[in-house]
Design a protein around this ligand. Structure first.
Ligand code: RUB
Length: 326
């Protein structure tokens, strides 16, 4: 029923071939565009039904990064509004493609802005720790390097998927000296660190940041050592559903990522837990760098109100379907 290209993109997100919240958001928008190109519909209603099917398929690919529903909502909201105004199938198709393109462009522009703002916070001689593989954190560091600043980075390897190796590679290719460490060495090195810079999968209404598992331990060690923690997050990483009191779902990944099944089967009674993300409370974060500027985490709710208005409802959460809305 769905075009092969769309199924492949959904599968790439699910299996983490496409990963990192920003990439996930852009891929989700792109997927709706692909769906739009392939929809064969005789009526606007039929078009909307098929687009809604693609939307639901994508929505369930990974549960935590809010960039996914927010990107889908960005496109769907425009298309639904146009549908209600009476656009025909070809117009709806063109609008879907344009809206997806707009999301991708504004996402890239947001990362550029954050890099400009974030790079100003980096000083010559800094030792900066980062965790996982955040395109936003990497962009900040690369921009600072481009501006001629000399600093060093400690990248945690980020078990079990070793995204830290990707970070180390990207930074070293940009000419930034990197030391790769095991995750459990974070506290050992912390007293020497000047600042921590990480990305985010979700920023909640109260300013907590959901990011790769281990981020909260690093933030804890940073607080103990009086090291500042900076989070780079585009406004589409802010979660409207948390204003309504919803909790962020933490993705549980398969045990095979932690230990080979053959080895596990030799260990009677041992189970594996593999949460992919954790929650860093606002008290452990100094600033969040967004494309609109720097905010203390406690001001996150203001970003959400600015973005979604004071009447945040199901529509903003991005879960409604065309039928439910009628
Ligand atoms: C990636 C991860 C990244 C954030 C931010 O987790 O936790 O730090 O997604 O990335 P995973 P970006 O590898 O499980 O997707 O700044 O690129 O949006």
């Amino acid at each position: 029923m769905y075009p092969e290209e769309l199924i492949k993109l959904a599968e790439d997100i699910r299996t983490m071939r496409i990963r990192g919240a920003a990439q996930i958001g852009r891929a989700a928008a792109e997927s709706l565009s692909i769906a739009a190109i392939n929809i064969r519909a005789d009526s606007p209603q039929e078009y909307m039904d098929q687009l809604d099917g693609a939307y639901k398929l994508l929505l369930n690919t990974r549960p935590t990064a809010v960039s996914l529903p927010n990107a889908l909502r960005y496109v769907m909201h425009r298309v639904k509004t146009a549908f209600k105004r009476g656009m025909d199938v070809d117009e709806l198709r063109a609008l879907t493609i344009r809206a997806a393109e707009d999301f991708k462009k504004s996402s890239q522009e947001a990362v550029r802005r954050i890099s400009d703002i974030g790079a100003k916070r980096i000083r010559n001689g800094d030792l900066i720790m980062t965790h996982c593989n955040s395109s936003v954190a990497i962009s900040i560091l690369k921009e600072a390097k481009r501006q001629g600043k000399e600093f060093r980075v400690i990248a945690t390897e980020t078990r079990p998927r070793f995204q830290g190796r990707l970070t180390a590679k990207a930074l070293s290719e940009a000419g930034i000296p990197v030391t790769l460490i095991v995750d459990s060495a974070a506290r050992y090195f912390m007293p020497k660190v000047d600042k921590v810079i990480v990305g985010a999968d979700v920023v909640t209404a109260n300013g907590a940041v959901v990011n790769k598992i281990g981020t909260s331990q690093i933030a804890l060690a940073a607080k103990e050592a009086r090291v500042r923690v900076f989070v780079g997050a585009e406004t589409y990483k802010f979660s409207p559903s948390t204003v309504l009191g919803e909790l962020v779902e933490i993705e549980e990944r398969p045990p095979e990522e932690v230990i080979p099944p053959e080895e596990l089967s030799q260990m009677k009674g041992v189970t594996v837990a593999n949460p992919a993300f954790d929650v860093t409370p606002p008290d452990f974060i100094d600033i969040i760098i967004t494309e609109r500027g720097i905010i203390p985490p406690q001001a996150s709710v203001l970003i959400l109100m600015e973005e979604f208005g004071w009447t945040i409802g199901e529509e903003a959460i991005g879960r409604t379907t065309v039928e439910e809305e009628e």
